[in-house]
Design a protein around this ligand. Structure first.
Ligand code: AHR
Length: 658
């Protein structure tokens, strides 16, 4: 790949300079982070591994996403029955079967198509769970059957019918799939006797990442974990605000057995099962080694609702209780004991909490500036009093300048940037001149809005290489200013391509495939190539080069991040000032493609991936050609004298003891 790029011939020749003798500010260890939100079916039908959609009949009611079928003369009458419910559900599905003659091979079924298909892999054990009860007269068994679209049975489990109390029936089903793996299968619950059965929940789980109960989909979790994010913000975003009071994120209804989670209407056009609840998000952060950043409801919903000062206290208490759930003593605290009962006796070590989301927008609402006036202060004061170690984050959109929180000094402020690529390039200097006297900055949501200019009549936001270049240039600016900038995260993280409520998104998927966008690879490259301190660096931005440099102590290496936003390659000269001797062999990781409009797609998921190569001839001044439209990480290792004195000692600069 690099050889063919070199063959294009370099049209520009710029100078990049690094001053290795004057290390600057420390790089924030949390700079490269991640943000996950229930949007685009990112969780239900995405990261959350459940395969049955509308499993408790509460997302879409009945028959949403279900259909009925019967054979051999069986008759089936179905209806939701509000007089029956298990756990925190409000009504159950009543199934009345008749017409089955004694000894006849007849049955009646309900059929679920999952989240745009149920993926099933040969030889894999799935966990089927059904909550059921009968009227006592039901004469048959309850079966769970996994079928291909054409009706081939790929696996099944049979349960003896329960009595008149709600019973959790669960069993593994090992799939035999002649296709190896297929995505368009169905899950069926089958009754083979006459009588009445109520169903409350029908669930099918594949093996989960790290085998967590009620866990997450391995391929998506691995894509997230591979970013090595040092912080994880969750669960929103606007999902925390909700469209209205009833659709706000109320974490207390998202914990415990899933039968006890009623779910709630999400902001992004579909009902959330809340199978992915507070506990699962904290577990996910722990499993990927990220600092959890919990968003809590701040008394503001998207429809303009602002909770009055006199009525806000219960929601402040909810935030305090969430901290206790995460960190409280497993025996002596109420919510800590709940956490332990839910399988995690050790604390989750939560130390960052964000109050609301984009609350600067309340300026346009009926109670303008309520965030600054009383909502943020009430949360801040109570949290700081009870948990002095907590860092309290103020949530802004892009309007931090017009509506800053002045009533308290937040530890961190969350700013969101969705901008065209050109603005992100300019904004790579956004923080250069900001005063260092206020809160630290968290760019909690960042994405280039790269519009489809080839079809302007249908402007679509895309995940192009061009957008990724803008994001990389912006991140370079954050790294340079990481004494001020505490962290950053792309948004949104996930999209199920069958429900694109918001694009662009970092990771595209359907029931069985995953596409990593060029934007993903930029995050991957930057997060996996971190230094400890910033080194002064200059680049020829006029000709499209943006650069940062850091010093990585553990292996005595200069790490350069360079964007070439130009449509032609740049045969640059890199000057490393300060007299540091360098190993002549360096290392390059390059992301590029033929055109800045290129995207990774389901047909061509790997059109663009980072390509690694050895760089030769590294020295105080050496040439390197940055391909057109590219992001490059260059690692330049210091040449050190041998630790022990010997005949060759003194030929190179001794390494500092660091
Ligand atoms: O990331 C998508 C949405 O953009 C978030 O929910 C919200 O915070 C922002 O407006």
């Amino acid at each position: 790949m690099l050889a063919s790029l070199a063959a294009q011939g370099a049209a520009l020749g710029s100078q990049l300079t690094i001053d290795a003798a004057h290390p600057g500010v420390a790089v924030s260890p949390t700079l490269y982070g991640a943000f996950v939100e229930e949007i685009n079916h990112a969780m239900d039908g995405g990261l959350y591994a459940e395969l049955v959609r509308n499993r408790a009949f509460n997302e879409m009611g009945w028959p949403g996403n279900w259909s009925v079928s019967s054979q051999g003369g069986a008759k089936l009458v179905t209806a939701m029955d509000a007089s029956q419910h298990a756990g925190a559900q409000t009504s159950a599905l009543r199934m009345v079967v008749s017409g089955i003659a004694a000894g006849a091979a007849a049955s009646a079924s309900i059929v679920n198509t999952g989240f745009w298909g149920v993926p099933l892999r040969d030889g894999t054990a799935y966990t089927a769970t059904v909550w059921a009860k009968t009227d006592g007269s039901y004469s048959g068994a309850i079966g769970v059957e996994l079928q291909s679209k054409s009706g081939t049975v790929l696996g099944s489990a049979t349960f003896a019918a329960p009595g008149e109390s709600w019973t959790r029936l669960t069993a593994p089903i090992v799939v035999t799939n002649p296709q190896g793996e297929s995505g368009d299968n169905v899950v069926m619950v089958t009754l083979n006797g006459n009588g009445t059965v109520w169903l409350q929940m029908v669930s099918l789980f594949p093996p989960t990442w790290k085998n967590r109960p009620n866990g997450v989909r391995p391929d998506l979790a691995e894509a997230l974990a591979a970013l090595k994010p040092s912080l994880l913000r969750f669960p929103g975003g606007s999902f925390v605000e909700g469209y209205s009071f009833n659709s706000r994120w109320n974490w207390k209804i998202t914990i415990g057995d899933v039968i006890d989670r009623p779910g709630h209407p999400g902001l992004w056009g579909y009902y959330s099962s809340d199978g992915m609840g507070l506990h699962e998000y904290l577990q996910l952060a722990e499993d990927i080694g990220a600092t959890p950043v919990l968003g809590v409801w701040s008394g503001h919903s998207n429809n303009g609702l602002i909770i009055a000062e006199s009525e806000l206290a219960p929601y402040v208490q909810d935030a305090l209780d969430a901290i206790e759930y995460a960190n409280g003593d497993a025996v002596t605290s109420v919510w800590g004991a709940q956490r332990a009962a839910n399988g995690h006796p050790a604390p989750f070590n939560l130390s960052y909490i964000e109050i609301g989301n984009e609350d600067d927008l309340d300026n346009t609402l009926a109670a303008p500036n309520s965030y600054n006036a009383y909502r943020f202060p009430m949360f801040y004061d109570e949290i700081k009093q009870q948990y002095p170690y907590m860092h309290v984050i103020a949530s802004y959109g892009e309007n931090w300048l017009t509506t800053p929180v002045t009533s308290r000094t937040p530890d961190v402020e969350d700013e969101h940037y969705y901008e065209p690529t050109a603005s992100l390039l300019t904004d790579s200097h956004r923080y250069d001149a900001r005063e260092r006297t206020g809160p630290r900055v968290f760019v909690g949501e960042l994405a280039a809005l790269d519009f489809n200019t080839t079809a302007p009549e249908e402007p679509a936001r895309l995940n192009t290489l061009g957008g990724a270049l803008g994001e990389a240039a912006f991140l370079i600016g954050l790294e340079r200013n990481s004494d001020l900038v505490w962290g950053a995260a792309y948004a949104p993280m996930f999209v199920n391509v069958n429900n694109q409520a918001w694009v662009p998104d970092l990771i595209w998927f359907d029931a069985s495939q995953v596409v990593l966008t060029p934007n993903y690879w930029v995050q991957w490259m930057f997060s996996r190539h971190r230094g400890d301190v910033v080194l002064p660096a200059t680049a020829d931005e006029v000709h499209g080069l943006f650069a940062s440099a850091t010093w990585r102590r553990r292996d005595q290496t200069i790490v350069m991040k360079v964007v070439n936003n130009a449509a032609m390659s740049n045969a640059a000269t890199i000057a490393v000032e300060g007299g540091m001797a360098l190993n002549p062999a360096g290392h390059a990781t390059v992301l590029t493609s033929a055109a800045r409009t290129d995207q990774n797609t389901f047909d061509e998921p790997s059109l663009m991936t980072p390509v690694e190569s050895v760089v030769t001839g590294v020295g105080p001044s050496f040439p390197f050609t940055f391909p057109a439209n590219s992001v490059t990480v260059l690692e330049l290792k210091r040449k050190c004298a041998p630790v022990l004195a010997g005949p060759t000692a003194g030929l190179t600069t001794p390494c500092r003891a660091e």
